[in-house]
Design a protein. Sequence first.
Length: 392
Amino acid sequence: MAAKRKSDVSVPAEESDQLLIRPLGAGQEVGRSCIILEFKGRKIMLDCGIHPGLEGMDALPYIDLIDPAEIDLLLISHFHLDHCGALPWFLQKTSFKGRTFMTHATKAIYRWLLSDYVKVSNISADDMLYTETDLEESMEKIETINFHEVKEVAGIKFWCYHAGHVLGAAMFMIEIAGVKLLYTGDFSRQEDRHLMAAEIPSVKPDILITSMDHFDDIGPSVVMASPILVHGEQNEMARLKAALIREYEDNDEVDIEVHNPRNTEAVTLNFRGEKLAKVMGSLTDRKCVQGQRVSGILVKRNFNYHIVTPSDLSNYTDLCMSTVTQTQAIPHTGPSRCWSASYAASQETWSRWREQRRSPSGSLRASPWSTRLAWCCWSGSPTLSTTCTQTL
């Protein structure tokens, strides 16, 4: 007889080790940069641009594949239209309720650049994605971030580095549950009199998402992370991918993966790490001994685990201890002649009877023994009454 097939058990998004990256634009093309990152139940949008060669709704990224209301965070790398041109439409015309960040310089130039875009667009008013009013109202929803400033939104930690390229351009480092991802946007390592070269982060990312509109193989490739995801013109991306693989194909110490997905094509990666719990509060008063068992309450908050005593719960969480007092009364009729028993014995008998009479559904089955049990437990009273105190 064939064995029964085990049913698939769904894993909650917050517990899944699967990381998904899906380009909604700029996948083997130039323009409308927009990448969706999903990990541990969090969703991030990286850039929201328009296609320079298309008009109206056709110029937008493939936003219809996502639910904007589920996006927790939106990060804009710089002010060029292919990276932020669709932002006013996304902020004003969709159900997006998350938070949006860009650098101070990017926000200042974004306002004037998109205002000119609205004025010079040679399309009918019906085909316009947004108006000057939409642009002004979108400014109120945009928050700014300084370079190297660390912020946290919904358990997502992020900060940015100088990217060169244009004034205010930023590369974002994102950390979720210990996994680090670097999104470069457009960057330049060529320093000039106006802009510094793109920084090399001191923190090594687990994933690198980079764009490359042109590529000259003039020297050895520098790999900052593996896997690497690249977006841009298809032929240039193929050259970059081949160069990276060729550079490290004979190096056994480097295990490199290079992905070049098309628009809407998802790349799935698995990151499974150890979960570490930090002992907090009064538990730290005792010196740790190797092999000693720690007893306390495990608290999870924003992918961080802590062990605390019940008395310290209110100091490190929004929870607190409380005491619940409950009185139970069971009326019964009939003669009160019965055996005397101690309170402890009566409680034990009552608990055993409840377990024996409990039905598979969890409810208590009716039984003629209930009256007898009341007689055996208590004497001289028409009502069985107990009081119990429980600390929660």
